[in-house]
Write a protein that binds this ligand. Structure first.
Ligand code: GLN
Length: 503
């Protein structure tokens, strides 16, 4: 058939697959061909599952031909961020220290997608151990933004964002500790959602900062993101922080939002995230697109008002103490004994030296910076002053959210203060890199859900709007995002029509 299967969103693909108009093998082959032609330039994948993907797709086709209905997602290809362990499939978390490791089990997220019949295309590039905002901290190679190959795709899930935006996968899983789903989604024109902490299993995610890490969907439409989120979400006894509560109807919320009626919804615009007195570091174009999108929400019937959350100003320093502290503890397990590479094991070094050499050569500079920062912040005599203080700030941020949600249903802000920046522009300046997370960190620290949805272009590059909701009210994020998406699609349709009439 002549349709380019790599351009279709998942709702369209599932229609063609379940009606038998296309086979899973055709869809998978189209994606693999596209990866073969474009990924040398984009660098979205660290590992591609060529033959194995075709074999999995063929099994779906056989099941359908045999009259079995293997489920609506069967045969839909997917890409997973390389922080998610996959049985028998190389998993590095973007680090040399895990090069060559093939995990003996699947993460719950990977297992759920496998049992839904999705076809794993491969593992996507990322900042090493998810530490970064540009994917330049990958130990293997940087990833490029499909909108402009000289710019970053965001991070740390930049391989996933580039793959989906560049049509090298219809959708992908990312993980978000301080913004790593939402910020790359914003910088590549995608929808990305960080679920309520505890609502998607962390079993089998290589841990960065355990009190913050969450996996979530990255997709080209709000509806696709909701479908993917429902497929991975829900209680998992293997994750001790998993919440035993039903996943709210996310697909239903996305469909409801797409009808474009937000009457009765109250929306708070967070002053501290790009509002009066808080515009330093924000692109004018980002603020302009954000303001226009907020006006659209008003047009759709929402009651919009400013809301102040004063502690959000402290989110950046608090996060950059808490996340490195937890990382320094989590990364202690990489010592060359059980996983990945081992350096210096030649009979001339004792065990301590082997561990030190392995870590010296296995970890990249940003990971070492975080381990040193975190170890310092946790050391006796400093613990209360740094880690303890940061935890108190975290409590204040949570209280700001609680107070805000007493008056509004959702909060909105830009997702990223800037559009995608040129590759290399921030690598020598960690503080500038950390500033990319300004808008995403509060929801991470409070554990509440937040989505990024495209809201237009600035300098020809995508801008994202963030919708935050109370814990377990992820459905509100999807509803508002879908309403905005539909209004923008309608506006685009009108513009095209005007151009046609004028022509
Ligand atoms: N950019 C942030 C960091 O480097 C967030 C990363 C993430 O969410 N994984 O820590």
């Amino acid at each position: 058939m002549s349709t380019d299967l790599t351009r279709l969103d998942v709702s369209a693909l599932t229609g063609l697959l379940t009606s038998g108009e296309v086979s899973a093998v055709e869809v998978t082959r189209a994606q693999l061909d596209r990866i073969a032609s474009d990924d040398a330039r984009l660098g979205a994948y660290l590992h591609v599952e060529g033959e194995a993907a075709l074999t999995a797709a063929a099994a779906v086709d056989r099941a359908r031909a045999g009259g079995a209905e293997p489920g609506p997602l069967a045969g839909v290809p997917i890409a997973l961020k390389d922080v998610i362990v996959t049985e028998g499939v190389p998993t590095t978390s973007g680090s040399r220290i895990l090069e060559g490791w093939r995990p003996p089990y699947d993460a719950t997220v990977a297992a759920r997608l496998k049992s839904a019949g999705t076809v794993l295309l491969g593992k996507t590039n990322m900042d090493e151990f998810a530490m970064g905002s540009s994917t330049e901290n990958s130990a293997f190679r940087p990833t490029r933004n499909p909108w402009d190959a000289d710019r970053v795709p965001g991070g740390s899930s930049g391989g996933s964002s580039a793959a989906v935006a560049g049509h090298l996968a219809p959708w992908a899983i990312g993980t978000d500790t301080g913004g790593s789903i939402r910020q790359p989604a914003a910088l590549t024109g995608l929808v990305g959602h960080k679920p309520t902490y505890g609502s998607v299993s962390r079993y089998g995610l290589i841990a960065f900062s355990s009190s913050l890490d969450q996996a979530g969907p990255m997709a080209r439409t709000v509806l696709d993101a909701a479908v993917l989120h429902e497929a991975i979400g829900g209680y998992d006894p293997r994750d001790s922080t998993s919440i035993d509560a039903p996943v709210p109807g996310l697909v239903a919320a996305a469909r409801d939002g797409a009808r474009g009626d937000l009457a009765g919804l109250t929306v708070g615009v967070v002053t501290e995230l790009g509002g009066d007195g808080h515009r330093d570091g924000y692109d004018d174009g980002v603020l302009a697109r954000f303001a226009e999108a907020v006006a659209v929400l008003t047009d759709l019937g929402a009651d919009v008002r400013p809301v102040s959350c004063p502690s959000f100003d402290l989110a950046l320093p608090a996060y950059y103490l808490i996340a490195p502290s937890e990382a320094s503890s989590n990364l202690a397990r990489f010592d060359g004994v059980r996983f990945g590479i081992r350096v210096g094991d030649d009979g001339t070094h004792d065990l301590d030296e082997v561990m030190a050499l392995t870590r010296e050569q296995g970890f990249g500079p940003e990971v070492k910076r975080r381990i040193i920062l975190g170890t310092y912040a946790l050391s006796s005599g400093y613990y209360e002053a740094y880690y303890g203080q940061a935890q108190k700030v975290r409590t204040l941020i949570t209280r700001d959210f609680t107070a805000a949600y007493a008056g509004v249903d959702v909060l909105v802000s830009p997702t990223s203060p800037t559009v995608a920046w040129p590759i290399g522009a921030r690598v020598e300046d960690p503080i500038a890199m950390y500033a990319a997370d300004l808008c995403t960190l509060p929801a991470s620290l409070a554990g509440v859900p937040a989505i990024s949805v495209p809201c237009g272009l600035s300098e020809g590059l995508p801008v994202g709007l963030q919708v935050m909701a109370p814990g377990l009210a992820d459905d509100r994020c999807y509803r508002v995002a879908a309403a905005l998406e539909a209004a923008q699609d309608a506006a685009r349709g009108h513009r095209l029509l005007d151009e046609l009439v004028a022509a």
